[in-house]
Write a new protein. Sequence first.
Length: 197
Amino acid sequence: MSSLFFLNVRLNKRWGFVIYRTDYSSEEDWIKFTKMLDTWTSPVIENKGSEEAPLIESWKRNWYMSDKDKFENASPSQLRQHFNTWLDTLSTREQSLTRPEHYMFLVVDKDILDIIHSQPPEYICGLSGTVPYVLALDKDAPDENSDYPGSMKVDLRNLMYLYEEGLERDSMRGLCLKSSEWFERDEIDLEETYAED
């Protein structure tokens, strides 16, 4: 992992995403998803070969928002409202930071859990077939007159890269490509994103 990543996360000694679960039909698939989320980001950290990698791995902790009464089938608007309320509960110091977990969150719905149902929880290089993913939502709803969707799909294998790229941006707009509904780690050019819109 780059030293820039390490420098950005070492003060808090924590990094990760806020993840909302909106489907509660299978506890087994949810547990499998959380395991996949952990194991599928680890190879990316290890492959960097940095002496900082073990520390970065140990600081990886997501915030899981899993409450059937609150979040089952919740709309993007409801999730945004809860997320922004949650942000207000953070310390003043934490609120002053601009990190990915402060301007976007991830959503796991039934479609996503159905996709991972038949997937092995262990990371497989060269995986074929339907790719396990999550949906990333901007904390701010897009303007009605804007082309910006306020959301994008993220391949589980790219979550680490999303966080790393997100440390260099101040909003999800700088990560969301105009040409794709997917986060593409190798194609981020600010001119191709909604950063300036």
